[in-house]
Design a protein around this ligand. Structure first.
Ligand code: G3H
Ligand code: 13P
Ligand code: ZN
Length: 314
């Protein structure tokens, strides 16, 4: 069942965070639904602009509609990740997305307010909720590359002004994470002090943590042992998710870790079985491993086991 992120956040606020997972293809879609149902967790499917181009936007929608039929017990939101104005409008028009992110965080503050407010007006008229970003994460996103040195933490006072003036439904905050597999190159860590100040100014308002992959060292070691080259890859400590949830983080974005599962499975498969060429063989392993990964992540987020109580209040 597709619901808005708003519904999921109402149930989760202050208690646990919902996993927001990016998908690009059939195997990720299957593993995602299986893993969430195995761990009885509600979840958010995120689709980036790049994913909409890679798999064709209609193909991705078709996959998710089919998954909704194949897994009727699943409760999830469909969300556009890091959208620009045109992509937000296209997703709103499609009638399929329950939530969009407008990311104008690279613009000057007043421009970010103006662009975001415009998308909120259109989305809310259609019953679609909006996430926007204030501050800037390091790393690579669809249309912007930001070095760690240039990343800007969210200003708590500005956050309150931004939410009030834009009418958004959730706020992506920059609190020290970055996108991709190479986070915290210096001594940086998560700035819970900033998160606390934002929560004080916006009590009860859902916050979002992007760039939250853990980049497990065991996974990186296996990739490197199977021919990869990912020296120095590092991520967020997943044991910090519960603390973030208590401070108002209701959505935690994870993409890179899923890519690492894919890379490890395929590198090891072809290293160990060089004679094989049926794509379904590693595909089957990937789907099972991805499902296991999702279920494990949901335990860390606290969303595992929450599906049934959520259904009672929907
Ligand atoms: O924050 C970006 C997400 O990880 C999506 O990545 O734009 O390469 O699909 P992508
Ligand atoms: P990671 O690169 O840490 O997985 O972050 C993904 C993300 O924030 C998607 O919006
Ligand atoms: Zn992101």
């Amino acid at each position: 069942m597709i619901v808005t992120t708003k519904k999921l956040f109402e149930a989760a606020y202050g208690k646990y965070a919902i996993g927001a997972y990016n998908i690009n293809n059939l195997e990720q879609c299957m593993g995602l639904f299986q893993g969430n149902l195995e761990s009885r967790a509600p979840f958010i499917i995120q689709i980036s602009k790049g994913a909409r181009t890679y798999s064709n936007k209609r193909m991705l929608e078709g996959l998710i509609r089919a998954a909704d039929e194949v897994f009727p017990e699943a409760v999830f939101a469909v969300h556009l990740d890091h959208g620009d104005v045109d992509t937000c409008l296209d997703c709103i028009d499609s009638g399929f997305y329950s939530s969009v992110m407008i990311d104008a965080s690279h613009e000057p503050y007043e421009k970010n307010v103006e662009i975001t407010r415009g998308v909120v007006n259109v989305a809310h008229d259609r019953g679609i909720v909006v996430e926007a970003e204030l501050g800037q994460l390091g790393g690579v996103e669809e249309h912007v590359v930001v070095s760690e040195a240039n990343a800007k933490l969210t200003d708590p006072d500005q956050a309150k002004d931004f939410v009030t003036r834009t009418g958004i439904d959730s706020l992506a905050c920059a609190i020290g994470t970055s996108h991709g597999a190479f986070k915290f190159s210096g001594t940086q860590g998560l700035h819970f002090d900033v998160l606390e100040q934002i929560q004080q100014r916006l009590p009860g308002f859902p916050l979002v943590m992007h760039g939250s992959s853990s980049v497990p060292q065991e996974e990186v070691a296996r990739i490197n042992a199977a021919g990869g080259s990912m020296k120095g890859a590092k991520g967020v400590d997943a044991d910090q998710f519960r603390h973030a949830a208590k401070l108002g983080v209701t959505k935690i974005n994870i993409d890179t870790d899923g890519r690492l599962v894919w890379t490890r499975v395929h590198r090891e498969f072809f290293r160990d079985q060089p004679e094989k060429f049926d794509l379904r063989d590693p595909g089957k392993i990937f789907m099972a491993e991805y499902a296991k990964f999702i279920a494990g992540k949901n335990e860390k987020l606290g969303s595992a086991g929450k599906l049934d109580e959520l259904k009672k209040i929907l």
